[in-house]
Design a protein around this ligand. Sequence first.
Ligand code: CTP
Length: 408
Amino acid sequence: MLQGKRIVLGVCGGIAVYKVADLTSKLQQAGALVDVILTAHAAEFVRPLTFSTVSHRPVYTDLWEPTGQAAARHIELGAAADLLVVAPATANTIARLAHGLADDMLTAVALSTMAPLLLAPAMEHHMYQHPATQANLRLLAERGATIIPPETGHLASGEIGAGRLPETPVLLTHIRRLLGRDGDLAGRRVVVTAGGTQEPIDPVRYIGNRSSGLMGFALAEEARDRGADVTLIVGATNTPPPDGMRVLHTPTALAMRDAVREAVAQADALVMAAAVADYRVSEPATQKIKKGSAAENADGSLTLHLVRNPDILAELAEERALDGLVRVGFAAETTDLERNATKKLKSKRLNLLVANDVSKAGSGFGTITNEVTLYHADGRIEPLALLPKTEVAAAIWDRIVPLLKHKT
Ligand code: CTP
């Protein structure tokens, strides 16, 4: 998503500049070409060398420097930009942007570019709340700028209030979303499930599985970054879900079924990456099961009676009203991969089945990589190399997009 994207990053003079050096580095690592422009006040806080070291590109400060190169470059930078980010955006620069001034390199580029503008205001909280700053922000928002609200917390002044620059992951999510708004999933609604389910035995115990949720999260993030409106339905996982999407927590298979059924009614695609428990305890105990209690058998053993959970995908296969929904399933197998995968593809009426042999190293639960084979509804079998889950997610959406195009 960020690979090869031209981002002009305007940095203003606020104490949060140090956070933006980290943002620059993360953008560069993700393949973006980041042209940093420091305002004169930002250059008082941090030297241009800090930014050129992490961006691997020249850094611009003075529009009027004597060689005239910067003055000539501002049109070129504005024309090439996919996105203009201003972070931290100070009250002064927000005012200059709102009123169309062009008295330095950053404001000159802002006037000359057609790229979307993303602002991350960060300042002392009274300055942020001042009617002048708020009116300037409203004006910029009316003209199409996206504004990342500052976070509330300790400010450099020692006070507590709204004015902190959000951390890098939050800024990155906004950048990815804005760049992806015209992506190949723009205007599409997709539902992704992730993680395992936990089926209660009693109030403190459950039957679970080893799913980490990472594959589902990677799929949801990739869809978001391609412009989709994402509903992420999460079972049990210890990893926090990604930002920038609707997240529903459904610990049990039954709860997940209800959430999926409701979400798919409006959706274009469903990707079921969750490891849904096939069985649940028929009647979970209402109190903790104690050793030696009546729940135990006479020989001290304990019997749990398990009943089948509904198969969410198989149930949807029966619904003719959902015929237009593109469905993708996963199959985690330890034996007979091809036979099981082909059977599931047909019985669950899937467009695509992503199968992996979870007994293989680097594949399946808890790993950051995955080696999968794609089984297509038309019979094609497509093995993918061992890849990071983020790249597997991109490959899966690449296969889903053409299927969506066939929809009326
Ligand atoms: N799945 C589902 N509802 C269930 C179980 C599984 O929707 N109750 C979905 C999974 O999310 C996955 C696909 O079905 O996308 C296959 O899951 P898997 O557990 O591998 O297969 P099962 O259908 O449970 O088959 P088996 O028990 O034979 O392995």
